[in-house]
Design a protein around this ligand. Structure first.
Ligand SMILES: [Mn+2]
Length: 419
């Protein structure tokens, strides 16, 4: 018997940083969460699963209009036609209070109660699913405390949207522990909320399948769902299926040995080709990050808009890549000691060194740029491609993070002036 476990479909989530530049496959990116949801249903049909369990955040939030719900009901309908039951709980994103529009679900679908744990039993499968959804977004209590113990005659699946005992980057909703889950005597805990796949435990199985589609540059790599095979009431296999439609990746290039912008461009081209291969026919969504102390530094900074457009053009040439962002964080391979005393840059470098080691001196700059920030135009405030982030120059802590970048900016601007 096969059972499919998925979570965090986030249907119609706007994928992070979608800028529709010339040639960008914006429509394809916009539809990625739907394509992944379709892949999920198709894979359930292909593997002839007996049951689908969904551990919350099916929707990213309130539907912008009915099309989101109509789309999902159509997908659930495909499972209904094939006689596949679906059991789901709501999560923080699609908590009862968050979704204002409502559609009747097809009869094969059970959405478990949000007021108390609910058990649904499939006699013919000898399976029970126990779970509770979120009534509101901020569920800060351990919902499993009220979950009943598993029926020893059945294969028991616990369904829960949780961050367990805390996971980096995820709000600590419905916190609980491996020990608490083990104590229930279930065979499988189908969890959701954490977007990276994680097999937390294998006795009993406690699994985060991860989301079905990466949503931004920090959700890289293959995304999908977990297929479990149950034989004689015991988990015989747990397998990750890849379902994503757009694959996020980081194109990291160390430009230390690049002499010119062209060299950096070639290095990016090489990585792009590897990323496209890894995406295996899918559209690749790429964040480009250029680092290193590089002789190409000045050229990159002086013409950063050209460079960025060139990189996007390169992605268009490949046909199957979209560039989310080009982040240039190179340094100038400058001999600060040699210039320290004899020009303006040297004086600035020296002052920055002082500030780095003297928090009290740095603190005198707190709030110093408040007026300047107010006067800057909208363009300058966002300052796309600039090494210094003008939205983060208020506190001493923010300033400390930008000391290097500010020196780089001055050096680049002076170089531009001289050229
Ligand atoms: Mn969640």
């Amino acid at each position: 018997m096969k059972i499919l476990h998925a979570a965090d479909l986030h249907i119609d989530s706007p994928l992070g940083g979608l800028t529709a530049y010339e040639g960008a496959p914006a429509e394809e990116i916009r539809g990625a969460t739907r394509r992944a949801a379709e892949n999920l249903v198709q894979t359930a049909l292909d593997h002839e699963v007996c049951l689908v369990v969904l551990a919350g955040d099916i929707f990213d939030g309130d539907w912008p209009d009915y099309s989101t719900g109509l789309f999902w009901n159509e997908q659930l309908g495909r499972l209904h036609e094939a006689g596949v039951p679906v059991v789901s709980v709501t999560g923080n994103h699609d908590a009862q209070s968050q979704i204002s529009r409502n559609l009747h679900l097809p009869p094969n679908v059970t959405q478990l109660s949000t007021s108390k744990p609910q058990t649904i039993t499939f006699d013919e499968l000898e399976v029970e699913v126990i779970g509770q959804g979120y009534a509101t977004r901020d569920v800060m209590v351990d919902l499993t405390e009220a979950y009943p113990d598993g029926d020893p005659k059945l294969f028991s699946i616990g369904l829960l949207h949780t961050s367990l005992n805390g996971r980096p980057g995820h709000t600590n909703y419905a916190p609980t522990s491996v020990e608490a889950l083990r104590a229930k005597g279930y065979q499988y805990w189908a969890l959701g909320h954490v977007h990276s796949r994680e097999v937390v435990h294998d006795d009993p199985w406690i699994v985060f399948p991860g989301n079905t589609q990466g949503r931004h540059a920090r959700e890289t790599g293959p995304k999908g769902a977990t297929l479990l095979t149950v034989e004689a009431g015991v988990v015989a296999a747990v397998e990750h299926l890849v379902l994503d439609d757009v694959r996020w990746d980081i194109c990291a290039v160390d430009a230390t040995h690049c002499v010119s912008t062209d060299d950096v461009h070639s290095a990016v081209a090489e990585r792009f080709s590897a990323i496209a291969t890894g995406a295996d026919g899918r559209l690749g969504a790429v964040r480009v990050e250029i680092t290193g102390s590089s002789p190409a530094h000045e050229g990159l900074w002086a013409n950063r808009h050209d460079f960025e457009a060139d990189i996007r053009s390169l992605a268009n040439l490949g046909g199957r890549l979209w560039v989310e962002k080009v982040k240039v964080s190179t340094n100038r391979p400058v001999d600060l000691a040699a210039t320290r005393d004899d020009d303006a840059i040297g004086a600035l470098a020296k002052h920055i060194e002082t500030l780095r080691h003297d928090p009290a001196a740095l603190a005198t700059y707190e709030g110093a740029f408040a007026d300047l920030t107010k006067k800057l135009g909208a363009d300058a405030r966002t300052a796309e491609g600039s090494p210094v982030d003008p939205t983060r120059i208020g506190t001493a802590e923010q300033l400390a993070e930008q000391l290097d970048a500010s020196l780089e900016l001055v050096v680049a601007l002076l170089a531009e002036e001289r050229a």
